[in-house]
Design a protein around this ligand. Sequence first.
Ligand SMILES: Nc1ncnc2c1ncn2[C@@H]1O[C@H](COP(=O)(O)OP(=O)(O)O)[C@@H](O)[C@H]1O
Ligand SMILES: [Mg+2]
Length: 620
Amino acid sequence: MKRFFRLCLYAAPYWFQSLLGVVLLAAVGLLEALRLLILGPILRTVLDPSVKSESIPLFPKLPAPYQFDLMKIVPSHFHNAWNVVAFALIGSTVLKGISDYFGTYMVNYAGYGMITDLRNHLYETIMKSSASFFSKHATGTILSTLINDVERVQTAVSAVLGEFLQQAFTFLFTIAAVIALGGRLSWVLLLFVPVVITSARKIGRSVRVRTRTGQDRVAEIQNILHETITGNRIVKAFSTELWEILRFKKAARRLFRANLHSVRIQSISSPLMDVIGSIAIALLLLVGRNEIKAGRMDMGTFVVFIIALFKLYDPVRKFAFFYNSFQQAMGASVSIFNFLDVEDDVREKSFAHTLKAFHDKIAFENVSFAYSTDEGECEILHQINLEVRRGEMLALVGPSGAGKSTLVNLIPRFYDVSSGRIVIDGHDVRSLTLDSLRKQIAQVTQETILFNDTVHNNIAYGQPDKPRDEVEQAARHALAHDFILRMPQGYDTIIGEKGFRLSGGEKQRIAIARAILKNAPILILDEATSALDTESESLVQIALSNLMQGRTVVVIAHRLSTVRRATRTVVLEDGRITAIGSHDELLKTSPTYQRLYELQFVGGVEGFLPEAVTPMEAAT
Ligand SMILES: Nc1ncnc2c1ncn2[C@@H]1O[C@H](COP(=O)(O)OP(=O)(O)O)[C@@H](O)[C@H]1O
Ligand SMILES: [Mg+2]
């Protein structure tokens, strides 16, 4: 119920359309019932030429003021039974059609409008989530919620809601008509109310549970799709197509079962209503016969009464479907609200400080850090104390898994420290606006992230207003200009999803051009060249030196040349700093550094061994 009201909040801005829609659809229900009632006069007056009537009541059984004489609402020069009935019939149908059209439109307008807002809000929340959100939730699951779950709610609040309102009003007005026509007879109906309600509720509850399972299955399929389509090169390289197809088929089979199960539950409701309905009518026929025999009711009224009853039965049958649909929407909204409610660890303080241009130093003060995962927390960094002064180039070395990437990711606040603090120019990073903090930092990582857009837009990412010549200048410094010009449309070439059409070194140089254009004072390099072959690496190295010029650099190094150029080098082992110093000092003082030096830096051709082979793994 709480979820329902929460959804309603999204409808609040559309109150006018909703209200208008409801009123119009109420009119539809009223006119529908009226059309039904006109059948009475047709049977009683129009089709019986012996009757010369001065009044055409719709409810002959009620006291005179409530009989609703058609003669009185139709202009007086029409007074002839056929004219009157025809006028009422056509008039009410046309009016009903108009109300139906606009009412449905208005309700859908409100429904689609609120869903659009809900989807936007969800996307906004997800986009603003911290890195840990994305490492906790699989891409496929996020996509499935944004697409499928929102879609379910959308169906419920647009098309189904419109239809529901129309049927509900038709139902109400028809009930009124039935009672007015049937008098005593109509009490029989009440006997069926509890039966209908309990069976609908029972069915609805299991539908909700089933829907949730079904949606999880869809998310599962979406996850497999996402992994295997984006990772199709690995799939090919390992010839695991068959295995992946099998995995997909298994997931599809599970979805198939979940779907069938909910169909089983849903489709029981309609036959159930059928049976209940026919029992009711059979009973009524029995009672009705006695009423007519006793002269308490004429045949015409009774026929209209029975027809009205049949009409009632249609909305009742559909209610099971509406109820199912709303239950599905409620089930789907669970995961939507779960995402909306994620308590994000990295949040901007209200009244956060804006960081002006970086001018002094970055300081780690007693920093410890643990990733919070579903399995609990495991501390990765312990008591880090470190200072990076402006203009310095600090190299970070250590075995893989030591926590180097984790350490540098704390600076732009991709994660927040568990204890201690990181201070930039005297401000705790948590007291700064995320935007002003991240503006000061450019990053080049091992895995370049490019968008399926033009080369120009990829370099000018986040700065769409940069003029072409500045972008080209950045590309020149990144040694990317020449190969870009060789591409079919130069800077306007679309580079394909994740830059599939570029080589590793080319991708990296575009990422460097992007960092050069960003022109941030602090630069973080996380094994920017480790994935490259020696030849493209040397180009990237030159590009990187251009990028490093005049900046404060923290570089995770795996090449001797980088370490040699660094002002200081930090050795990180198992989340602890074990030594700091220059290359020569560390060779004397740090055994780990010596090992790294022998294995990585001197291992054959300088800079030939990829970072993946580090003492940790070499030893095991
Ligand atoms: N998002 C994450 N969630 C949980 N654990 C992580 C996450 N990222 C890295 N780790 C763990 O933290 C440790 C350090 O990782 P990382 O900083 O990437 O090491 P390095 O860059 O030195 O190779 C590893 O043991 C890794 O398994
Ligand atoms: Mg790393």
